[in-house]
Design a protein around this ligand. Structure first.
Ligand code: BMA
Length: 369
């Protein structure tokens, strides 16, 4: 009797651990969370920001994708953005209409892919962009601050968008939301030099509580997302707590010349080891929330660099940044190949590795069931 009671209690504790931060998350969101944990044993899902919207030298062509043009399959994870939704704009800060974003999310969901969302929200204190690091912003938007009502009204718009994401049966489409990304850097107003650890934790918790408990948004998993980091302590300095977070990740970019390949592999490998240790201790899903080497100037970067850093690790997904192409301001930006790009054939090799997962692989995993 005592034994079976103990077993029951243990089973209950185990089940509690399988629940996401939102204990009232929809069934599909709960399933996604559980399946993300399970997918770690299968491989690493490849993700790409704005993949369905545009690529190098094209935009808004239904069904098109640079990843598909190169491999024949879509990425397993679709990255989307909602910066400027807070201002009621029709398009996000990169020009993608929110109505299109909603459709891309529905398409990704219908094919069984996973969706993640970033939010480069403007600075609610100064009205300038996310990159305006005015000190005092976080304090000003929290309760008691002069811009709290403004921030709430912005969250109302985020909530409305999230609640407008519906599958064929009217069910809410789950999204991995990663607000306040790269929070240990100082380029965004929520960054390290621009607020205290307590303020950031409060902001994270406040935002989640508002969306979840005030607005009743129940289709989100929450990602805690730093930039490059050196130690576990640095990673966790602003961690809002286990009850607020589902996925833990970091962003890492290779810059400079190809001769930095070895250093990049070593940094990626070391950071992933630390991330996995934290994920184990805190029972979270580890992910590489953004990575890349702009214009991929190394023809074997995928198998000889990125995979060398990834291959000994179990992370749910790795998200490459957006293929904006020629931005018309003298800058060129793309992070995954397109047909004819110098790393395209190496990317096909990478695609064929048994542990890299793309849309067809992940459809078979039935992430929402
Ligand atoms: C940056 C660049 C910008 C873009 C921003 C938000 O890294 O890609 O061009 O506006 O992300 O997506």
């Amino acid at each position: 009797m005592v034994n079976s009671l103990l077993l029951l209690l243990l089973a209950h504790a185990g089940a509690q651990n399988d629940l996401p931060a939102d204990k009232h998350a929809t069934k599909e969101t709960m399933n996604l969370y559980r399946n993300l944990h399970k997918s770690l044993q299968k491989g690493i899902m490849f993700g790409h920001q704005d993949d369905y919207a545009y690529g190098v030298n094209w935009e808004y062509k239904p069904g098109r994708s640079d990843i598909k043009d190169v491999t024949g399959d879509y990425p397993a994870v679709l990255g989307c953005e909602i910066g400027r939704i807070e201002l009621d704009w029709e398009k996000d800060l990169d020009g993608v209409p929110f109505d299109s974003t909603r459709q891309y999310i529905q398409q990704a969901y219908n094919r069984g892919s996973v969706i993640t969302m970033s939010w480069h929200l403007n600075n609610p204190f100064t009205g300038k962009t996310a990159w305006d690091p005015a000190p005092g912003t976080v304090k000003a938007i929290l309760p008691g601050g002069v811009k709290n009502a403004v921030y709430n009204s912005w969250l109302d718009k985020v909530a409305a968008f999230m609640q407008s994401l519906k599958g064929a049966k009217g069910e809410a489409i789950p999204v991995i939301f990663r607000p306040f990304h790269e929070l240990n850097g100082s380029w965004f107003w929520w960054g390290r030099n621009n607020c205290t650890p307590e303020e950031l934790k409060n902001l994270y918790q406040y935002t989640e509580r508002y969306l979840r408990d005030v607005k009743g948004v129940h289709n989100l998993l929450y990602a805690y997302n730093t930039d490059r980091f050196a130690t576990k302590e640095e990673y966790l300095e602003r961690y809002p707590g286990d009850e607020w977070v589902d996925i833990i990740g970091f962003d890492i970019y290779q810059k400079d010349a190809v001769k930095t390949n070895e250093a990049f592999i070593a940094d990626l490998d070391k950071s992933l080891t630390t991330l996995e240790a934290i994920a184990k201790e805190h029972n979270k899903v580890p992910a590489l929330t953004e990575f890349g080497y702009n214009t991929v100037p190394d023809s074997t970067w995928w198998t000889n660099v990125l995979w060398q850093g990834l291959k000994n690790h179990k992370v749910a997904y790795a998200l490459g940044w957006r293929n904006a192409g020629d931005k018309g301001n003298g800058e060129t930006e793309y992070w995954v190949p397109y047909p004819g790009q110098q790393s395209a054939s190496d990317f096909v090799q990478f695609y064929q590795l048994p542990r890299t997962l793309f849309a067809k692989d992940v459809a078979a995993l039935k992430m929402y069931q």
